[in-house]
Design a protein around this ligand. Structure first.
Ligand code: GLU
Length: 303
């Protein structure tokens, strides 16, 4: 299978697309990103990597960071994490507060904002955000085998100044006794983890530990890899998760920076970036690109 040729075709098709979606303008620093950008990178099980477009250009991984934080939290707490957060798709927007009130401060899953704030809070466990962020960066750098991966401080600051919905969620969690750290501490850590930057090339490499193939970094057990992939499949695209599963058929996690990490178990780790988002806050052309890739390669977890 000629992945390089498939990527070239995908790049050509998306570059002709008249509708590129709209950038996330609720984080001012993200509002300035050019929607003309597009990058994609694929690491195959044999270790070869193929990339196209702006695949070497760093972007804000935003909610894709929730996958790495979840891996750390499961390593630290194991199944005890599930007393504080559920494992069901929410069917609501990523930053919704509605369900949290109905369900007494237990977020539906670790990949919506409320759930991710709980996960970060659980790993933080009274330590300084700096220590948590150091541990998270060490995990991601080991996964990507790249020590250059870093946090963009101006994006973290931009979100800290404007992230009122996330503050509301954190205070609500705290009121229900489901936040151990002060809201500004948990959110300081959360905003900084969202502000980690990676290129598609780095992101695809960092996802190899979820591929379950020999010869790649093995940072979590095979059983845990399956569970993280299951959560990505059911919850990784917010209220667009069912649609993503239907169209792409592979577990994936999106971020409002326009990136998506997609895993083809046993076959590939895939990263795509196009900053324009669809109505559910997931990359519009990024989704179309992985849909094309899945169709051309036949990769699917559904047979
Ligand atoms: N930092 C973003 C927020 O909390 C992440 C959301 C996303 O990437 O989907 O609003």
């Amino acid at each position: 299978m000629d992945i390089a040729a498939i990527l070239r075709d995908i790049h050509e098709t998306v570059s002709q697309s008249p509708d590129r979606g709209t950038v996330a303008d609720y984080i001012p620093e993200l509002a300035r990103i050019d929607t003309g950008r597009f990058g994609m990178s694929v690491v195959l099980a044999d270790g070869t990597q193929h990339s196209v477009g702006d695949a070497a250009r760093p972007f804000s991984i935003q909610s894709i960071s929730k996958i790495f934080a979840l891996a750390l939290a499961l390593g630290r707490l194991g199944d005890r994490l599930w007393t504080r957060v559920g494992r069901e798709p929410s069917g609501l927007a990523f930053n919704s507060i509605l369900q949290l009130e109905h369900e007494a401060g237990i977020p539906r899953n670790p990949l919506i904002n409320a759930g991710a704030i709980v996960v970060t809070d659980a790993v933080l466990a009274g330590n300084a955000p700096r220590e948590y962020l150091g541990e998270l960066l060490r995990f991601i750098r080991a996964a990507a085998e790249d020590d250059a991966i870093h946090i963009n401080e101006s994006i973290a600051l931009s979100e800290s100044e404007t992230g009122h919905r996330n503050f509301a969620l954190a205070h609500f969690l705290r009121a229900h006794g489901n936040l151990q750290n002060a809201p500004h501490m948990a959110l300081g850590a959360y905003f900084h983890q969202c502000a980690i930057e990676m290129s598609c090339e780095q992101l695809a490499r960092s996802g190899r530990f979820l591929m379950g193939a020999q010869g790649h970094p093995r940072l979590v057990s095979p059983g845990r890899v399956r569970r993280i992939n299951a959560l990505m499949m059911t919850c990784g695209h917010y209220d667009g998760s069912g649609d993503f599963a239907y169209r792409v058929g592979l577990p994936g996690k999106s971020g409002v920076g326009g990136g998506i990490l997609v895993i083809a178990p046993g076959r590939a780790s895939i990263a795509v970036w196009s900053p324009g988002l669809n109505a559910q806050g997931n990359s519009k052309l990024g989704t179309e690109a992985v849909e094309m890739l899945a169709r051309r390669t036949g990769w699917s977890v559904f047979g």
